[in-house]
Design a protein around this ligand. Structure first.
Ligand SMILES: Nc1ncnc2c1ncn2[C@@H]1O[C@H](COP(=O)(O)OP(=O)(O)O)[C@@H](O)[C@H]1O
Ligand SMILES: [Mg+2]
Length: 251
């Protein structure tokens, strides 16, 4: 059974078809690339999957169950989580505290009790989870630093750590490589593979072709809200329609 099924999803904003009858499936354990020129509908697709929008028509199924139109926290509790952008990190909190907040996304009722120290057992459990996630993402040494003090690569790693703290099974990553230098890109590629190897399925929206081609076994291409092509990186690289869409956008 695919982990994610997008079935004939359409999303209209007034007269604009941001997504137009799009269907594709993501298999358990893969890193699926979702690519396409600016305005193609990639972020809109993520927002529909994560429950920030509901489709105008069509269905979204996660582990065989329809999630279209459910509330974001509901979908997150089921295990579908979007990575935070660096702009949504708590810049004045430490790395540790940022991930502690992430821990409680799935059990928000306990957030204040844990932060206020009202429930010692819960707090200890959360702190152990945070330490584990920070080590996993290579941020153990930076746990007391403020988020605002981190270099770009570590901010992005922290964003993933926050998502991991809520124990996702399907991670939606929106442009995690944007603005990175080659060294940061390589490091983020390693971290992304490590997340996959831990058993988490990933959908990756990304413009950095080195990262996309290196990480993804299969790509889904959107253009003007429609499914343009699907295939291996090698097939997509040579697909006439894809080349035309990108060159058209660049021109
Ligand atoms: N909330 C919204 N209201 C109106 N139009 C939107 C909204 N969100 C996205 N759009 C439009 O939908 C299209 C797809 O946008 P988006 O999903 O952000 O593209 P991508 O992430 O592929 O660059 C664009 O034309 C964009 O202007
Ligand atoms: Mg986008």
């Amino acid at each position: 059974m695919p982990v994610l099924e997008i079935n004939n999803v359409t999303k209209k904003f007034g007269g604009l078809m941001a997504l137009d009858d799009v269907s594709f499936q993501v298999e358990e354990g893969e890193i699926r690339g979702l690519i396409g020129p600016n305005g193609a509908g990639k972020s809109t697709m993520f927002k529909n999957i994560a429950g920030f929008y509901s489709p105008s028509s069509g269905d979204i199924r996660y582990q065989g169950q329809s999630i279209a139109g459910r509330k974001p926290h509901n979908i997150a509790e089921m295990g579908v989580v979007r990575t935070f952008q660096e702009t949504t990190l708590f810049q004045e909190l430490s790395v540790f505290e940022n991930v502690l907040v992430g821990c409680h996304i799935r059990s928000r009722s306990n957030l204040f009790a844990a932060i206020l120290g009202l429930d010692r057992g819960l707090q200890r459990e959360a702190e152990e989870k945070v330490a584990e996630v920070l080590d996993f993402m290579g941020l153990g040494e930076r746990r007391e630093q403020l988020a605002s003090e981190l270099p770009l690569g570590s901010q992005r790693a922290l964003a993933i750590a926050i998502a991991l703290a809520s124990e996702p099974k399907l991670l939606l990553m929106d442009e995690p490589f944007a603005g990175m230098n080659p060294e940061e890109t390589n490091h983020m590629m390693e971290l992304t593979r490590k997340v996959q190897e831990s058993g988490i399925s990933i959908v990756l929206v990304e413009h950095d072709m080195k990262a996309v081609m290196g990480l993804c076994g299969y790509l889904t291409v959107l253009n003007f809200g429609q499914l343009l092509a699907e295939g291996t990186p090698e097939e997509i690289r040579h697909n006439e329609r894809v080349i035309e869409a990108y060159l058209g956008g660049a021109g």
